[in-house]
Design a protein around this ligand. Structure first.
Ligand SMILES: [Zn+2]
Length: 193
């Protein structure tokens, strides 16, 4: 329910998406596998204050790929969604990812479409992986706009993370970008106390 009035917001720490390298690799390879079509999958991890830690990225194996986007099979989505309520060690579903790829000569962009904005859920993070032909090899790095990019083989990948913003109505579609950082290799958890 939209709040009509809210107290001045306290200065919140900058929320980020901390990404394990294994999750980065999984999203990158899933995007490369179906290159020139889109992949879609789930992000498993933890909420960490206002941010997220993504421990694993799981691509749907039988997503339906049509022009303009990939969709998970609804029954498969339901099974996976239910299963994520019972993961070990406090892991939970924290969001999803999908790729944007070159289409009719236009490079894929790491920005949400209107449909992507409409599909965003409160409390979830949505990662878009833009995958395109690489023109030069680039190591993965953080960019000033909060995205994370680099090359693997012949492909350039740019990942950007979004959370939906408060809405005044169904037509009010907007998202806020969360900076992506690579989580430390240390598997120790950043738990809230
Ligand atoms: Zn999209």
């Amino acid at each position: 329910m939209p709040k009509t009035k809210s107290a001045p917001k306290p200065a919140a720490p900058v929320a980020t998406l901390a990404l394990r390298q294994s999750a980065l690799v999984a999203m990158a390879l899933a995007s490369i596998e179906v290159y020139r079509r889109e992949c879609v999958g789930l992000l498993i991890g933890r909420r960490d204050g206002a941010g997220f830690v993504v421990e694993a990225a799981i691509a749907y194996q039988d997503a339906e790929r049509r022009l303009g986007g990939a969709r998970a099979d609804p029954a498969a989505h339901r099974r996976l969604f239910d299963a994520t309520n019972d993961l070990p060690d406090g892991l939970q579903l924290v969001g999803d990812f999908h790729s944007h790829t070159e289409h009719r000569g236009r490079r894929g962009e790491a920005a949400p479409s209107q449909r992507d904005l409409a599909d965003m859920l409160d409390g979830h993070v949505h990662v878009i992986v833009a995958v395109n032909d690489a023109h030069a090899r680039r190591p993965f790095r953080n960019n000033a706009d909060g995205s994370f990019s680099g090359t693997i083989g012949e492909r350039h990948l740019r990942l950007a993370a979004f959370v939906r913003t408060a809405r005044s109505g169904p037509a009010d579609l907007a998202a806020r970008r969360l900076p992506i950082e690579l989580a430390s290799a240390d598997p120790g958890r950043r738990r809230r106390r």
